[in-house]
Write a protein that binds this ligand. Structure first.
Ligand code: SAH
Length: 369
């Protein structure tokens, strides 16, 4: 049996190519996008301006499938979190944050995360795999369907959910293309942001193919501290990361800025010396700074900073000329805040190694979920 191709995963160029391969004109790819994203029609038979032959071929070889919703949680502050089924029975989370006329959607790109940043609960769950581009686009389609009931749409997308988007470029590039394409969701490139812990080759590749907005999760002004908090820094240290960022922001053009994210942890990276060193480091980079007070989770070992330290940190950066926002915590009653997304990931790699250990010790394996 051949598996059907999920068309949610294909950007305009890929759809046009698919139609050409079928012996049809490329513009049929654009027609199908309008049916799906503008009219909300997902039944190929109803796409009446496509030739009958094309509709039949599509029904046989393609599908339009969204991740299944496992559960939806509503916060008292209006934040909504979904737990979604993706391939092989895994669950991932996405969060919608309505705020002053904006609807920001925080989407996941992986099941779990391999990077294991010391303060992030997603990393503690291990890594189970990459989402497909259809599963990333599907998150947006689900959130838009929810908002359509209130005659609203998603206005901003951030790839700041579970996972590291730049580790699976082949899914993230078409997905962000669909988000920014006028034939699909049509968001401006300023309103779609890829967030990375600093995967330098991924940033370079992004620059070759797109000009989507970029956020860097920096969290420390020195390699010594960053190695501890964001272990991928050992592979791509700050100087290399900054050089790559400077190139990327040049590529974005003079009217756009990079976003630097900095999670503040009490007594770890929230002191005056850190703020001064950060201002110095960012001196020659066109960027704005988002400060994220640490959101605690059980066993994290870190604490949220004191309010006066957050304020002093922000003041130092603002006095150095940086636009600096402090991110307010949203949806904490439903565990939807930054760094609290865990899905319900069972780390197969660790589970398998536990099995092997048990086998070696001749202890019967008991499945604990
Ligand atoms: N891997 C990507 C995207 C996912 S994390 C990246 O690192 O950018 C999204 C943001 O949430 C990152 O800036 C991350 O550092 C931050 N974050 C993670 N855990 C957090 C926590 N417990 N409290 C506050 N922010 C956190």
């Amino acid at each position: 049996m051949t598996t059907q191709r999920n068309l949610y995963g294909l950007d305009r160029g890929q759809l046009e190519l698919l139609f050409q391969e079928m012996g049809l004109q490329a513009f049929r790819g654009r027609q199908i996008m309008k049916w799906v994203y503008h009219q909300g029609i997902v039944d190929f038979a109803a796409m009446t301006d496509l030739p009958l032959k094309a509709r039949q071929w599509l029904e046989e070889h393609c599908c339009l499938e969204l991740p299944k919703i496992h559960e939806r949680f509503l916060s008292k502050d209006g934040t909504v979190k979904w737990l979604l089924h993706v391939a092989e029975g895994d669950l991932v989370e996405m969060v919608l944050i309505p705020d002053k006329g904006r609807n920001t959607l925080c989407v996941s790109s992986q099941v779990g995360c391999i990077l294991d940043c010391s303060f992030c609960s997603t990393g503690k769950q291990g890594f189970n795999g990459n989402l497909t581009s259809a599963e990333i686009v599907g998150q947006m389609a689900i959130a838009n369907a929810y908002l359509a009931e209130k005659s609203e749409t998603v206005t901003n997308v951030v790839l700041m959910g579970m996972g590291e988007p730049l580790l699976y470029f082949d899914a993230v590039l078409p997905a962000t293309n669909v988000m920014m394409d006028d034939h699909a969701f049509g968001l401006s490139k300023r309103r779609v942001t890829v967030s990375t812990a600093g995967v330098v080759p991924g940033i370079k590749k992004l620059q070759e193919h797109t000009d989507v907005s970029l956020a860097i999760s920096l969290h420390a002004p020195s390699d010594e501290l960053r190695n501890e908090l964001v272990p991928i820094n050992k592979k791509y240290p700050i100087a290399e990361l900054m050089e790559t960022c400077r190139d990327y922001v040049e590529h974005l053009g003079p009217a756009r800025k990079l976003v630097i994210e900095y999670t503040l942890m009490r007594g770890v990276n929230d002191q005056a010396n850190h703020a001064k060193a950060l201002a110095k480091l960012l001196q020659s980079l066109r960027c704005k700074v988002n400060l994220i007070p640490f959101n605690p989770f059980p066993g994290s070992g870190y604490e949220r900073p004191r309010d006066e330290d957050i304020y002093a940190f922000q003041t130092t950066l603002m006095q150095a000329g940086f636009i600096t926002m402090v991110r307010t915590t949203r949806g904490d009653d439903i565990n939807a805040a930054c760094g609290q997304l865990v899905g319900m990931v069972e780390d197969r790699t660790r589970r398998q190694s536990r099995y092997r250990e048990r086998l070696a010790q001749q202890i019967p394996a008991v499945e604990v979920i």
